[in-house]
Design a protein around this ligand. Structure first.
Ligand code: AVJ
Length: 372
């Protein structure tokens, strides 16, 4: 698998004529992020921990999170735990499901307004432009914005940030292949547990927090994430925020409980991940995917419900758990927004709203905010 992946990588670069990557013969021996760093055009290796160090950090974060969340009542786990290689793959499938409207709705807004968004974000066209994307995943929609950026500037850099190295690797391949003139500086990072620190940049930075990732966080956590992002930006920089809007309950519930059971598999993958990475012995067949709309908190909630009384141990975290029938683990919140809610959140942390773009049904909003 490793070698076929590298074969694909080499092919990508041969076909795009990325000489730097083609000249390297070390692709086969380097692992994980360092491997990625060999084919991006400009990369500051100092930013990136080697794969084994990164894996140790991930294990540590996973251990801490299960020790917190599975002992607490009600039990909960943080949604960043979804995104191992398998979880990222399942999420990509979710984004193509008929019931899951957010991704295609956001893509349609971007396709219609990317030039307007870039024009509003990047006043001085003589300056270089840097797009920094939190939770980039495979960056499937970002190319639309990068293309628009390349129409106004010939100096465009892209900094995708994601917790999942496998997703990030795909992001780099996608962008390198479609837009070889974009300079890439990928960062593997859990921006929830380790706030982002950006290099100073001589030009305009447009931070992208799209895909309604912010919906995973409570209003307080969302404020914290945006405050940190704000502290990394300078006057003239901007933020593009993607948010899923409140709408009828049936549409919302269907988006998180699809007919093919892909969202269920995505939810249950957390248990498989704990079996794989922390020596747990969850029997995923004894847990069910549960979705509800919490109208008071304005959020979709996903839970894993134990179908019976059962014992589970997580060896590497020294945990022995006892589940009662119907007992749940709360695995995700997906907050839905209103216009006022978006504005309040952004102004609270020091941003000023400069523009908003929506689809015709008003199901999704992209908001451009600048440092006020
Ligand atoms: C990646 C957080 C935006 O909340 O819609 C999709 C994740 N969970 N289906 C969302 C998700 C279940 C998604 N975000």
């Amino acid at each position: 698998m490793e070698s076929s992946q590298e074969h694909t990588l080499a092919q990508t670069f041969l076909s795009t004529g990325n000489q730097m990557a083609v000249l390297r013969d070390s692709l086969g021996t380097l692992k994980g992020f360092v491997k990625m760093a060999t084919y991006v055009q400009t990369v500051d290796i100092g930013h990136f921990a080697p794969a084994d160090e990164r894996e140790a950090l991930t294990r540590e974060a996973l251990t801490r999170e299960v020790q917190r969340g599975l002992i607490a009542r009600p039990r909960s786990l943080s949604p960043w735990m979804f995104y191992d290689a398998e979880g990222s793959r399942l999420f990509e499938r979710i984004t193509t499901l008929p019931e899951y409207y957010p991704t295609r709705t956001e893509r349609a807004i971007l396709a219609g307004y990317a030039d307007a968004i870039i024009a509003a974000a990047h006043g001085d066209r003589s300056l270089p432009l840097r797009l920094v994307e939190l939770g980039a995943g495979t960056a499937s929609k970002t190319c639309i914005l990068l293309e628009a950026a390349l129409r106004v500037s010939d100096d465009v850099a892209y900094v995708p940030v994601d917790v999942c190295p496998d997703a990030l690797e795909l992001a780099c391949q996608n962008v390198a292949c479609a837009l070889p003139e974009v300079r890439m500086q990928p960062i593997v990072r859990n921006y929830v547990t380790h706030p982002l620190q950006l290099d100073l940049f001589d030009g305009t930075t447009l931070a992208l927090y799209i895909g309604t990732s912010i919906g995973n966080f409570s209003p307080e956590e969302a404020q914290l994430i945006l405050r940190n992002l704000c502290s990394q930006l300078q006057t003239g920089d901007a933020l593009l925020l993607g948010t899923d809007m409140v709408k009828d309950r049936r549409t919302l519930l269907a988006a998180y409980d699809d007919n093919d059971g892909i969202t269920g598999a995505f939810n249950l993958n957390i248990l498989h991940r704990l079996n794989r990475e922390l020596g747990a012995n969850f029997d995923a067949a004894c847990f069910r995917h549960r979705v509800l709309w919490n109208s008071i908190e304005c959020r979709i909630e996903m839970h894993l419900e134990s179908t019976q009384e059962q014992d589970v141990s997580i060896d590497d975290a020294d945990l022995d758990l006892h589940f009662m029938p119907r007992e749940t683990i709360h695995t995700e919140n997906s907050y839905k927004f209103t216009d006022q809610g978006i504005r309040r959140l952004l102004t609270q942390v020091g941003f000023e709203v400069r523009g908003t773009w929506k689809d015709s049904r008003g199901w999704y909003t992209l908001t451009l905010a600048c440092l006020g």
